[in-house]
Design a protein around this ligand. Structure first.
Ligand code: ME8
Length: 516
């Protein structure tokens, strides 16, 4: 069986999860479910990043110990993913005993390989980003104070004796890897940003701190704690048993896809691969850096009060609607705006109108004319054959787009087909055939429409698992991956009992909604 190992970033537990963290985790879930549908053995990993100065400061502010804060918030992330029906196979916490040991094991190997040396760090540090910045990288605010070039918040000056990783040594090997593996980092414009940094040459990286202690002790010198990013990146291999269970580790590593936001690309595409080269491990196959969401045009931030809890949306619209909207409206890879109004428009036009309504009409006719039993098709005419042919094209286009993570395009393909099925239904006028008593032709049209639905619901299963399950139930079918793996037009059993209930999706009048 082919394997697929996919990861999300592990989220900081200094604040509650919001729609941004949910975005990556939902997209990861769509890809994981798609791969399972295609017959892969999938391992989907997510978790929480719990060490470092940022968490320590957040705990202090709330009068808690860092461990208390981590336990509380990590639990909230884990619960949210359950509520959102995320199918992660494991949830890693960097305060797990196994992870701590693995990080020390990994860093010991880097030490043994001569890639770590002691030096003095003098420079800038951004606590919210947990990132070091050199003098030539920083920006200044209107009062000439240094600010972070990534998050634009004030920087701290750090002067400490630290251990350094010889990152500079890996500039050339990384350049070679990028050239030999042109799809290593996607999208292409993000890869080019990384190539630019590589071409300028990497600088050695400070990988320990001594001025606080909320971290994993350096194995050879426990006064130092390991830099939170080094600790965090190792999660991708500690979760699958690196240094503990060779068999499991070999089964899953290298990762097939690290899914991340664009702001942490440098860590994943340059520092992490260099760390892996240092200990002699293969590199992940792909890093995909997606864009950032704004909410109604504004940056997501606690101070703006728009760090919305995804649960509120799910309560109001349902899980599938949020998933569909995020994958359909936010072009994967680009920045995008989360707007409740656009979400309602998608719900009304794509889901209620194009998709749910046709199923509703078809099932009503099966109930009325065939005693709620799936009819038996008879000979096919040109319009039937065209519908079948179009499905074969859809399957091909959908798969190509899903394999290259063009999720928006894959959904556009499915909706173009849904509109074709609507057209097929309307042009064949089954209501006229019913009136004329032409059961043979009527049965064929209804069968073909339902068969199209079982295939559409299967292709939509990764995006909208609940409504797809509902379509199978209403068509009296147990889900079977063959519905889509096989392009033959005979998935539906004639005579199966169908169920006609309220439409799958209810339209909402945007004027009447109280915005979340
Ligand atoms: O960076 N739009 O954790 P983090 C889209 N612990 N995605 C967003 C987003 C937004 N507005 N806001 C957050 C860290 N994200 C580190 C990672 S990995 C070894 C360590 C998503 O809690 C996006 O995936 O700040 C981004 O990369 C991630 O959350 C950052 O989460």
């Amino acid at each position: 069986m082919k394997k697929f190992y996919i990861t999300t970033p592990i989220y900081y537990v200094n604040s509650e999860p919001h729609i941004g963290s949910a975005y990556t985790t939902i997209i990861g879930d769509i890809i994981a479910r798609y791969k399972r549908l295609m017959g892969y053995d999938v391992f989907y990993l997510t978790g929480t990043d719990e060490h470092g100065q940022k968490i320590m400061q957040a705990a202090k502010k709330q009068g808690k110990t860092p461990q208390q804060l981590c336990d509380e918030l990590s639990g909230k992330f884990e619960q949210l993913w359950k509520d959102l029906k995320i199918t992660n196979d494991y949830f890693i916490r960097t305060t797990d005993e196994d992870h701590i040991k693995t990080v020390q094991f990994f860093v010991s190997k880097m030490l043994e390989n001569g890639d770590i040396y002691k030096g003095k760090y003098k420079g800038w540090y951004c606590v919210p980003c947990e990132t070091y910045w050199s003098e030539d990288e920083i920006e200044k605010d209107e009062n000439n104070n240094p600010i972070c070039p990534s998050c634009h918040r004030p920087l701290n000056f750090v002067e400490e004796e630290n251990y350094f990783f010889r990152l500079s040594k890996y500039t050339e090997p990384l350049l070679k890897h990028f050239k030999e593996n042109p799809d290593f980092v996607e999208p292409e414009f993000r890869k080019n940003e990384m190539l630019k940094i590589l071409e300028e040459g990497l600088k050695d990286l400070s990988i320990t701190r001594t001025t606080f202690d909320w971290g994993i002790p350096m194995p050879n010198d426990p006064k130092h704690v390991i830099y939170v990013w080094v600790d965090a990146l190792i999660n991708y291999i500690s979760a699958i048993g690196y240094g503990r269970d060779e068999e499991i580790f070999k089964k899953w590593w290298p990762a097939d896809l690290h899914l991340i936001g664009k702001e942490i690309n440098r860590f994943h595409s340059l520092i992490w691969p260099a760390m892996l080269m240092s200990v002699g491990l293969p590199l992940p196959k792909k890093i995909f850096a997606h864009g950032w969401l704004t909410v109604n045009g504004q940056k997501i931030s606690k101070s703006l009060g728009n760090a919305i809890d995804p649960r509120e949306f799910v309560k109001k619209y349902g899980n599938d609607v949020i998933r569909y909207y995020l994958a359909r409206d936010i072009v994967f890879g680009k920045d995008g705006d989360f707007s409740e109004e656009n979400l309602v428009n998608r719900l009304n036009s794509d889901l209620a109108n194009d998709y749910g309504n046709l199923l509703h009409r078809t099932l009503a006719m099966v109930v009325k004319n065939f005693d709620s039993k799936t009819p038996t098709p008879s000979s096919l005419n040109d319009s039937d054959k065209e519908l079948i042919e179009k499905f074969k094209n859809l399957k091909k286009e959908y798969t190509e787009h899903m394999e290259s993570y063009k999720l928006t395009n894959a959904l556009e393909n499915v909706w173009s087909y849904i509109r074709d099925v609507n057209k097929y239904f309307d042009e064949n006028k089954p209501w006229v055939l019913a009136k004329e008593g032409n059961k043979e032709r009527l049965g064929t049209i209804l069968y073909n429409t339902l068969e199209a639905f079982i295939k559409i619901a299967s292709l939509l299963l990764p995006f909208m698992p609940d409504s797809s399950a509902e379509v199978f139930r209403r068509l009296g079918q147990e889900f079977n991956p063959e519905f889509v793996l096989n392009t033959e037009w005979n998935s539906l059993k004639s005579g199966a009992n169908v169920i006609h209930e309220k439409p799958l999706f209810q339209k909402i009048d945007i004027k009447n909604i109280q915005k979340v």
